[in-house]
Ligand binder design. Sequence first.
Ligand code: FPP
Length: 261
Amino acid sequence: MENHAACYEQAEAQPQEQDLLKIIDRQKLPRHIAIIMDGNGRWAQKRGLPRSFGHRAGVESLKEIVNICCELKIEVLTVYGFSTENWNRPRVEVENLMNLLVEFLNVEIEELCKKGVRVNPIGIWEELPQLARETLAMAAQRSRDNCGLILNLALNYGGRLEITEAVRAIVSAVEEGRLKASRIDLQTVADHLYTAGQPDPDLLIRTSGDFRISNFLLWQLAYTEIWLTNEFWPDFRRRHLLSALVDYQRRERRFGGLKNQ
Ligand code: FPP
């Protein structure tokens, strides 16, 4: 706990955007950033507003973070938009989130395409309400040949379910004689996840002060650096992302090995 508190203080005492941009090493940027965009509800509550205002404000943060990831030429950004557990929220809140998703994609798809973003829904998104599903399919189709940032939108996503689905597909391949059980290795599993072919996240950001993984990218986060902030997601701006990057670049990643091995 004490370490985390120190980490917040350090991160939040960071200088402003221009200064941060000067010290970031463009050669050592993460290839893949994952974000748990938490705190929309508390942001709204703090202002005496309905939770839906927090989600709407959260979309603005998302747009800003997508933009800076494009500018920095980050390869993959994965954002947790809706978990398999979020169905437990009141029906109106779920509907509101789905409407926001549809609006975000309809309004932004052209701009996203101009920036070379490829929209890639991950999760059991085919089970989302029809309009959300169709809009996601439209965005994925329109952006599929783009070569810039891959924007993984985790929707109706659960890490345990993702691994379970991978196991099921691998077992089917074995049963059908396409794969030998003795040949199954780490790569086989990775190849059956929604993120197949993508690098694992180098950096995970979680906003709003909680210290949980919340069933997000359970396999892929094995050696990911974690950066936490007390900021609520709607307050998370470019300078916060840059602070996270500066902190990330100061870390020594050993992947279970030894320093300078
Ligand atoms: C967590 O905040 C946030 C979500 C469950 C949804 C994240 C959605 C957005 C940022 C809007 C963009 C929308 C999509 C679908 C791309 P919370 O509501 O759990 O906050 P709380 O913990 O303060 O209640």
